[in-house]
Write a protein that binds this ligand. Structure first.
Ligand code: GLU
Length: 399
């Protein structure tokens, strides 16, 4: 009889720090504390009306109370072919698309379907907190590759090549980046894609922030720049960030048909289809135009500027101006070991706890993203809260 009560694969993973910070902030708020949450990346906007109306209509049609194929509504997968051509400049087949329970589920499915025990996955750091856990759950080993403000939080081909070994199977690539807000220029994406093709390395590209770029930065899909990567490329995406649909839980993965078939088999046992009505809402979202998206992006851009200005006004804060997504990732190392409200933090995790206790502001410490010394603040919250929260943090850190 096994002496282990629980699975060591599962007990080895930690709760998602972004979700934990968000639920703690929401619970404190519900208990009457004036907490301002910069934790989870969740747009404060309501889902655009035409999408909600499509869901209401879908709800009233009994045929939508039934299962869809486990891999997703055929109409949605067809719409995703068109959407990918429109937004990413390449055209997949429907057989290459699997509709998942949010982008996170696509990350999990991809790792589960590609990795074998012992496989190494190159993981530029700072990284989204879910990537290393999904890699480990599939038996793989994440190999973090550090980047910082001086490298613009972008990994280079030289770094990738230095880390490549006989067990290297894949690279996680995210641009615009959660948590750093960095956006890779086309030439760097192309060089990384060509390196991956040369060595037969899979690229798992998280493209969920594709529409959220600012100033002269734009998103490029590696698959469009390097078509030869087709057989080793997975695009991970979803409606959550672009259409303010975090709670609807609709994402998708697009990859070679054999991988998508394998991931679909897994999904057919694990979850079956994504809830039918949200799939109809996602259909309205991806087949509609991008007017509402442009409006939300303009608000995020305004908040980004305010946040950048207010963070840089705090003596000791270093920051790469966010170029995409909706996160700022300041270096707060100057505040480690410094007395703040009579307390002293020896890590950014402790600093975040002090900021939450004393300023009632929730931020995610860099440790969650493999980057101690930093912290992540989402600017997807309302303008007034953003200013109030950053004013409190500024006052606290100024002592
Ligand atoms: N992707 C968002 C974030 O990083 C949502 C939270 C999560 O799923 O981790 O905050």
């Amino acid at each position: 009889m096994s002496t282990e009560r629980l699975s060591h694969r599962i007990t080895a993973i930690a709760e998602s720090a972004t979700m934990a910070v968000d639920s703690k902030a929401k619970a404190m708020k519900a208990a009457g504390e004036p907490v301002i949450g910069f934790g989870a990346g969740e747009p404060d906007f309501a889902t655009p009306a035409h999408i909600v109306e499509a869901a209401v209509a879908a709800c009233q049609n009994p045929s939508n109370h039934k299962y869809t194929p486990a891999g997703g509504l055929p109409k949605l997968r067809e719409a995703l072919v068109e959407k990918t051509e429109r937004d990413s400049g390449w055209r997949p087949e429907t057989s290459q698309i699997l509709v998942t329970n949010g982008g996170k589920h696509a990350v999990y499915n991809t790792c589960a379907a590609v990795l074998n025990p012992g496989d190494e996955v190159l993981l530029p750091a700072p990284y989204w907190t879910t990537y290393p856990e999904s890699i480990a759950l599939a038996g793989g080993t994440p190999i973090p590759l550090p980047t910082d403000t001086t490298s613009g939080f972008r990994v280079t081909v030289e770094q990738l090549e230095a880390a490549r070994g006989p067990q290297t199977k894949a690279l996680f690539f995210v641009s615009p980046s959660n948590p750093t807000g960095a956006v890779y220029p086309a030439a760097e994406i192309e060089a990384i894609g060509q390196w991956a093709v040369e060595h037969g390395i899979w690229v798992f590209a998280d493209e969920i922030y594709e529409h959220l770029t600012y100033d002269n930065h734009v998103h490029h899909s590696m698959r469009a720049l390097v078509p030869e990567i087709n057989n080793h490329f997975v695009a991970i995406n979803g409606v959550a960030k672009t259409y303010a649909m975090t709670g609807w839980r609709v994402g998708w993965m697009i990859g070679p048909s054999d991988l998508v078939k394998a991931a679909g088999n897994l999904q057919s046992h694990a979850t079956s289809n994504v809830s039918n009505v949200p799939q109809q809402a996602a259909l309205a979202a991806v087949s509609g135009d991008l007017t509402a998206v442009a409006e939300m992006r303009a608000s995020f851009d305004r908040r980004r500027r305010t946040m950048t200005e207010m963070l840089l006004a705090i003596d000791g804060v270093e920051l790469l101006t966010p170029q995409g997504a909706f996160y700022a990732f300041p270096n707060l190392a100057a505040f480690i070991g410094k007395e703040i409200a009579g307390r002293e933090a020896s890590t950014t995790a402790e600093l975040a706890a002090i900021i939450l206790d004393e300023a009632k502001v929730a931020i995610v410490p860099g440790e969650a993203f493999g980057a101690p010394g930093y912290a992540r603040l989402s600017f997807a919250l309302g303008d007034d809260d953003l200013v109030e929260g950053l004013t409190r943090v500024g006052q606290l850190l100024a002592g």
